[in-house]
Design a protein around this ligand. Structure first.
Ligand SMILES: Cc1cc2nc3c(=O)[nH]c(=O)nc-3n(C[C@H](O)[C@H](O)[C@H](O)COP(=O)(O)OP(=O)(O)OC[C@H]3O[C@@H](n4cnc5c(N)ncnc54)[C@H](O)[C@@H]3O)c2cc1C
Ligand code: FES
Length: 224
């Protein structure tokens, strides 16, 4: 884990999302599913973002502008600098036999990097509109659905090793579907995070009756 001040190398609009590219400098991209805390200009606390792409000396983050911090990040321009801390947390376990990537909405953010590391396995991605689905081509080999069709409806009877990221209802539905198949699915969860490295307890969630810090134990957890 390192903290560095990095320069923005590109800002692209992808449907409603922004793909923010920064010069990686001395930062290690980490494993898919790990995240970085990005300084949000004008905000006190940084915001957690998954690595979307790690190529040619750049780290790219796909950002949904849902509030003041994410809007400030999306408003950054090429050449500006921001503080970047990471990689943080536990990513996906890549030792899987039959990977199937599943993503919903901005939850597709870690899938391009994950797909690249796993050699382009099949994927299912779902969005709430055609506009949001403009991000789908970022994920190779993806079957795409738009609401009212949900990703769970495209899941095969024997889905193999599911690796997923998306809204909580989608993760809960996947968890219910795959738990009777051995519970081996890997699900990336979210919680508001203030520090990102275990110091503030802001991200504590109850897992099996115990409070755990999602930034340290997760964000990727086994469904079981
Ligand atoms: C490990 C991790 C990786 C993430 N990766 C990405 C990513 O790649 N791209 C991306 O766009 N977003 C990602 N997020 C979510 C992103 O960090 C939040 O959307 C952002 O912090 C919101 O900040 P804001 O100031 O824009 O909005 P805020 O005003 O802080 O929040 C807007 C609304 O969203 C809710 N909210 C904020 N953060 C979260 C959260 N983490 N979980 C659930 N609800 C929340 C708030 O309660 C509020 O209702 C990730 C979150 C985590 C924990
Ligand atoms: S975000 Fe501070 S402990 Fe997890």
């Amino acid at each position: 884990m390192r903290r560095e001040r990095r320069r923005v190398t590109g800002v692209e609009q992808v449907g409603p999302y922004t793909l923010l590219r920064v010069d990686a400098g001395g930062l290690d991209a980490g494993e898919p599913g790990q995240f970085f805390m990005l300084e949000a200009p004008g905000r006190l606390l940084p915001r957690p973002m998954s690595v979307c792409l790690a190529v040619a000396g750049e780290l790219a983050f796909l950002i949904d502008p849902i509030g003041p911090g994410t809007r400030a990040l999306c408003a950054l321009e090429r050449g500006q600098e921001l503080q970047v801390l990471g990689p943080l947390g536990n990513g996906f376990d890549l030792d899987v036999e039959r990977p199937l990537l599943v993503g919903g909405g901005i939850g597709i953010a870690p899938l391009p990097f994950l797909s690249e590391r796993l050699g382009g396995p099949p994927a299912i991605v779902g969005f709430r509109s055609d506009w949001h689905a403009e991000a789908a081509p970022l994920v190779p080999n993806a079957e795409v659905c738009i609401e009212p069709v949900y990703v769970t409806e495209l899941l095969p009877d024997d889905p193999g090793d599911v690796l997923a990221c998306g809204p909580e209802p989608m993760l809960q539905a996947l968890r219910a579907r795959v738990s009777h198949q051995g519970g081996g699915a890997q699900l990336a969860w979210e919680a508001p995070m203030a520090c990102g490295y275990g110091a503030c307890y802001g991200c504590a969630v109850e897992i099996d009756g115990e409070l755990k810090r999602l930034c340290v134990e997760g964000p990727v957890l086994r469904a079981a």
